[in-house]
Write a protein that binds this ligand. Structure first.
Ligand code: VAH
Length: 314
């Protein structure tokens, strides 16, 4: 059985449904520190900083795979640096140790483009130097190295992706620097002006949720011997700037309006690469993105229009 930690989050909530589709509702246990509004399967309240509670769930459900999607993200994490470090690391140490003691077969650890810093110019390679500018990024670099350590020392099968900014219609992002790229669609569909917290030309690596979920499952299902990177794989979807995504929206919603009011998140975004080289993921386990900006924008607007019509009709 699969345990998803952080199941209420932007990625976790979509990943749970995706995994239930593939492996069956009864085989995927969702957990988070708070109860979700709607439960669509097995849910257990869990504070992942509590190792005993985590061990209890792993035993109760005979967990064989753990997806660890709980963390304080880049922007929110800057408010309380040491608390961000403690939560992001303590939860992962608990996952590593409980998995080791209970012979959990596989772990998915999400990393991020936030591991890259000023040393990377425009394009981040798989083995670029990592000098993260946020505590979140520092914790992700540490997590990547701990993953590699537990693989080498204990032979644990831990797999990881450096997610770009993830865009989806099913859930709201929580405290990241790429959150604007989800909010912009909601404002456009609601006919409201969108105020962007980044400058118009701030290009960042992004990925559509469907591609991100496909990549995650493809990585986790690849034969073990194909996994040559045991820190974390670079993953690229589409890179774009606020003005580019706004232009793609205007092709469908011509009177959509965007204004720009950069805040502290501009500095975080400026420290990240604009492009990602994911040749290793393509070579080792056959990664290919399928969504470009147009296809993503069409689907986001279609799905959000449905969502808001349903809300209005209630
Ligand atoms: C954040 N969305 O902005 C997350 C992600 C690529 C960025 O780690 O912090």
């Amino acid at each position: 059985n699969i345990l998803v930690i952080g199941a209420n989050g932007q990625i976790g909530s979509v990943l749970v449904e995706y995994l239930r589709e593939i492996y069956g509702v009864g085989h995927v246990v969702a957990s988070d520190i708070r109860q979700p509004e709607i439960e669509t399967g097995i849910f257990e309240q869990l504070d992942a900083t509590n190792a005993q509670a985590l061990a209890g769930l792993v035993k109760k459900y005979k967990v064989t795979q753990i997806y660890h999607l709980a963390a304080i993200l880049s922007a929110k994490g800057e408010q309380e640096p040491l608390k961000t470090w403690d939560i992001n690391m303590q939860t992962y140490f608990n996952v590593l140790e409980v998995a080791r003691e209970n012979q959990v077969e596989k772990i998915f650890y999400p990393s991020s483009i936030a591991v890259f810093g000023e040393q990377v110019d425009t394009k981040a390679e798989q083995w670029s130097y990592l000098d993260p500018s946020t505590v979140y990024g520092i914790s992700k670099v540490a997590g990547e190295n701990w993953s590699n350590y537990y693989f080498k020392r204990y032979g644990m099968d831990i797999r990881s992706l450096r997610y770009p900014g993830i865009i989806g219609y099913q859930s709201m992002p929580g405290g990241g620097t790429t959150d604007y790229a989800v909010d912009i669609y909601h404002k456009a569909v609601k006919g409201e002006v969108f105020e962007c917290f980044l400058k118009a030309d701030t290009t960042l690596p992004m990925i559509y949720i469907t591609d991100a979920m496909d990549a995650t499952v493809r990585l986790m299902e690849a034969p073990k011997e194909k996994i040559a990177v045991r820190t974390s794989y670079n993953l690229a979807g589409v890179s774009f700037s606020p003005e580019e995504i706004a232009a793609s929206i205007k092709q469908i919603i011509p009177d959509f309006e965007i204004t720009y009011k950069p805040d502290f998140r501009q500095q975080i975004a400026d420290s990240w690469p604009q492009l990602i080289d994911d040749a290793n993921a393509r070579k080792d386990w056959g990664w290919r993105p399928t969504y470009n900006i147009e296809k993503m924008t069409q689907e986001m607007i279609k799905e959000l229009t449905k969502k808001y019509e349903t809300i209005r009709s209630r």
